[in-house]
Write a protein that binds this ligand. Sequence first.
Ligand code: ADP
Length: 420
Amino acid sequence: MLLGCVADDLTGATDLALMLTRAGMRTVQVMEPPKDASQLDGFDAVVVALKTRTCAPDEAVALSLASTEALLKAGARQIFFKYCSTFDSTEKGNIGPVADALLKRLGADLTIACPAFPTNKRTIYNGHLFVGDVLLSDSPMKDHPLTPMRDASLVRVLQRQTPHKVGLVSFGTVRQGSATIKAAFDAARARGESYLVVDALDDQHLVDIGAACDGLKLVTGGSGVALGLPANFVRAGLMKSAPAPTTMTAPKGRSAILAGSCSEATRGQVQCAIAAGVPTFKIDPMGIATGKFDAASIATWVSENGAKGPVLVYSSADPNAVAEAQRVLGRDKAGALVEHLLADVAKRIVNNGVTRLLVAGGETSGAVVQGLGVESLEIGPEIDPGVPWTRAVGRDLVLALKSGNFGAPDFFTKAWDRLT
Ligand code: ADP
């Protein structure tokens, strides 16, 4: 094991694990800090998927440190702290406090902070984060319910979260390649800076930044900057690059889709699946609250309709329907009803012979994975950017966990082609 990663949410962890797999590392994603290092045999990289983006800073620090401890024990030579490419955080954290704690634990004096992900239109110029054509502070992230991002200067944002000095490696340096970037790290050390926001506009910049990070004990950023890290281990003769898988051998059995995301992309995918003739079962929070259907009746429907191909159970609804359910039940209760039901359905249908399961929605995926008691996922082929097939290690089950907004309209019908 070479690279140990701590991610602050589940679908972000999968996104990172996929990036590392594509860059040649045999990667496994685990839901909790691994207790037994032998679980990780044969993997070059391990990603621990935490849920620490918006919890109290103390809790985020404690969980991140425990994960790091386990990764170091398993042999990690470098730790990567992964957060969102829009730097989702508040004035109090959790990026600064977690990074501070990791720097201290690792005895490191300097790391980078680089959430850039040019493929997904997140770029950094003169320390300012752009989302597509606009500054972060003008993007929809300014209105995020939990982590509103109203300042696009990452130097300022991070400086408010840490007592250590935050500096910048600007585009003029980055464009000159890894040796110049590395020299900028040394100059920053001499100025007493502990964090460096690093500009990046395209994938080549990420590759060069990754090369410059060779030897840093801690790297922090989005999944994009992980692009350049695997090559360091190959150059050092510590691993051979593995070709990225293009298919995954799945256990024989039935297929199902559970969609609890109401995002635009998922709603489009539901419509596309209906048009393609996929059998569907629509649920809604009010129907669950009034007992119109329950997990047992839905599981029976899946058994009766799933003989020929995938079936779809979905709660995806337009914003008006969601607002109405939230008005009647409260936002948290409406969400929890759907999440619990879909997790219960997942357990039952897997017991009944579903071995190939696709889940849409970040929170929904978290609930389903927890309900199924899945502990670790081996990363397989990419279906669409950011979403791979994964294998539940030691189980007869493959899973695709899709963040709500990811995937092309035909995602629910084409995903199965990557399985053999
Ligand atoms: P995304 O990745 O699109 O954000 P999530 O699964 O993370 O999707 O979040 C969607 C949330 O909305 C979940 O808590 C889910 O239970 C809830 N939800 C799903 N369907 C409905 C609905 N019809 N009405 C209200 N809330 C819903």
